[in-house]
Design a binder for this molecule. Sequence first.
Ligand code: MN
Ligand code: MN
Length: 327
Amino acid sequence: MSLWLPVVASSSNVQSHIPSDVLVVGHKTPDTDAIVSAIAVARLKSAQGIPARAVAQGEPNAETRFVLEKFGFSAPPVQSDFAGHEVILVDHSDAQLAPDDLGKAKLVGIYDHHKLGGLATDEPIEVIVKPWGSTATILYEVFNQENVKINPPLAGLLLSAVLSDTRVFRSPTTTEHDKRIGKELALIAGVSDLEAYGLQMLQAYNEDMARLDDASLVRLDFKIFKMGAQKIGIAQLEAFDAEFLTQRLPGLRQALDQALADNQLDVMVLAVTDLNRDGSTILAVGPLAARAQSALGLSADPLGTFKPGVLSRKRQLVPPLESAFKS
Ligand code: MN
Ligand code: MN
């Protein structure tokens, strides 16, 4: 007896097009967590039979290049055209940080650890957001829940993203989850000394910073936020010993004025974070700088005010600025 069954073609069960890969992408001016999380989610989806690939909204920085090379990965290609694609956002959900043409794409998922940024969708989507220290920490849990194995090189990448976002567990954004999962990832990756590896990785970032001119430094880790009717730019530079950066504040201030004009901002804030001194030198320029200074408790010193204990843009700069500018 033949098991052959006739294939009945009808318009209802013939796909009108072959779906392309889902694009997984982190925020603009990508950091290690943005790049690594895109790679990890693309692997997770592919392992589950959903074709997906990691892309990026920019070239990796020196720290990320160091990490990719160490664990044998290549950088996700830079992509600027997302129209018509299915898209998963990682390490952000803020429209300002997402691809400019996201409105012409179909958002199908978000994996993040930041505040929600006002994106709306037509259909239900998968959203996994937790207030943990990195997206990579959350992804470790997701891989385990979904029973997808994390191999040593991928564990090394995820570990690096945890260490990068938490500045080797020193940032106030660090949670117990990050410490516990960081140790588990280090075991899988075969990294015996977390602290030493973390410092080596951060050092790669410092060397990169030291080579940049003032304008490039301001752009290195720069995010634009819509707060009420205002557009606020916040750049942050972090180092274990930030003296080589604070020495450059006069030039950096000029670069801030330029960034303010180029991006038509109301305020441009720079935080130079010194992990050794456990604080940041913060300055604000622009027509509404006085409001930002009062929100952040800064003096009007043109070279900024050192704020002890302030290390996190997300937790310690964005919320007070939001409350000052939202009305
Ligand atoms: Mn990030
Ligand atoms: Mn992150």
